[in-house]
Design a protein around this ligand. Structure first.
Ligand code: FMN
Ligand code: SF4
Ligand code: SF4
Length: 315
């Protein structure tokens, strides 16, 4: 039985989980969400039918819920013929409300998650006062816990078990009603207010013009102009923080005046210990020998357009 694992990863945590799962689940494929969205966004007009029986999504927690690109791909995929659907979120440790957001999308196809798992890993958001770069000792502890959790996840997926992790985690106050309001406010801020801030990212004088940020940018928002990165306003950001965490001189900062106080100047950066720049670049590639997007021409309005109808992984 084939398993397709869709992944999205800003700094390598979710990539590590997706890769490890692939190595332990026979006949499984890794599908990079960023590549599908970037390379086909102009061609996708219909939902993409996925023909695989087991399908999984691995991604980070963003603002207590699912990242923008994960929401996008879920809305595009037709999963009606999938038999078992699972999701794995990697997070810094807060409460996570994303599984209900996924189920809301899947319900429209009469489906819901058969299994949902949470894995606590290194936090990759240096704008927060609580952010810290884990020491080698702390990383070892995280890795041990991750391996232990992965073993049970692999078994549950292989046995197609119905299972749902407890979503609780760090929150804001001991009062549930206050948390209810604040948690929704955070999700709204990360997903709807932050994208409105025009100069959210900027570079300080440490920028050496190496262009790594442009190469790793998962949404292709960054463009190098005169050896300086420009965040193009007309392209949506995924808030993966890949640019921020992979800049070798730590010169990318987050502007804080109209949003929330940012600590990027004081804090270090976090890429997963095994993640390399080339892993992030590979996440943007959609090799045609690997992923075959079946398409046909159809008339949309007055125009004839190429419509993606089926996504098939070719080994
Ligand atoms: C924009 C943004 C928002 C985040 N929000 C949360 C959050 O609400 N709760 C949490 O526990 N971690 C949060 N994180 C941390 C990531 O979920 C966590 O570090 C994750 O494992 C990163 O995975 P990745 O390397 O695959 O992107 C956030 C990270 C970013 C960049
Ligand atoms: S990765 Fe950093 S140093 Fe390199 S161009 Fe981008 S901002 Fe400048
Ligand atoms: S600009 Fe930075 S945070 Fe936004 S999509 Fe590109 S790499 Fe990710």
């Amino acid at each position: 039985m084939t398993t397709d694992i869709y992944y999205f990863s800003g700094t390598g945590n979710s990539l590590y989980i997706a890769k490890t799962l692939k190595n332990h689940i026979s006949d499984s494929n890794l599908i990079p969400i960023a590549a599908i969205l970037n390379e086909t966004s102009d061609k996708i007009n219909n939902s993409i039918k996925n023909v695989t029986e087991t399908i999984g999504f691995v991604f980070p927690c963003h603002g207590l819920t699912i990242p923008i690109p994960v929401k996008k791909i879920l809305k595009l995929l037709n999963l009606s013929s999938s038999k078992y659907i699972f999701a794995i979120v990697t997070r810094g440790g807060s409460v996570f409300h994303g599984f209900s957001a996924i189920n809301k999308i899947l319900n429209k196809q009469g489906r819901q998650l058969d299994a949902s798992f949470i894995i606590d890993m290194g936090m990759n958001d240096p704008k927060l006062i609580s952010f810290f770069v884990p020491t080698a000792k702390e990383l070892k502890v995280i890795e041990m816990n991750v391996q232990e959790k992965l073993n049970t996840i692999q078994n549950r997926i292989t046995n197609q078990e119905e299972y749902h992790d407890d979503i609780s985690g760090d929150t804001f106050s001991r009062f549930n009603s206050l948390n209810y309001v604040l948690e929704r406010l955070v999700a709204f801020t990360v997903h709807y207010i932050a994208p409105k801030v025009k100069k959210y990212f900027y570079t300080d004088s440490k920028c050496v013009g190496c262009g790594i940020c442009e190469k790793v940018c998962l949404s292709r928002k960054i463009s190098m102009v005169n050896d300086k990165p420009i965040w193009q306003n007309h392209i949506d950001c995924y808030y993966c923080y890949t640019c921020l965490n992979f800049c070798p001189t730590e010169s990318i900062q987050i502007y804080s005046k109209f949003y929330m106080k940012s600590y990027t100047k004081e804090k270090g950066r976090y890429p997963h210990p095994y993640a390399r720049v080339k892993d992030m670049i590979n996440q943007k590639k959609c090799p045609s020998s690997f992923i075959n997007l079946r398409s046909k021409y159809s008339t949309i309005g007055k125009k004839e357009k190429l419509v993606i109808t089926q996504l098939e992984v070719v080994n």
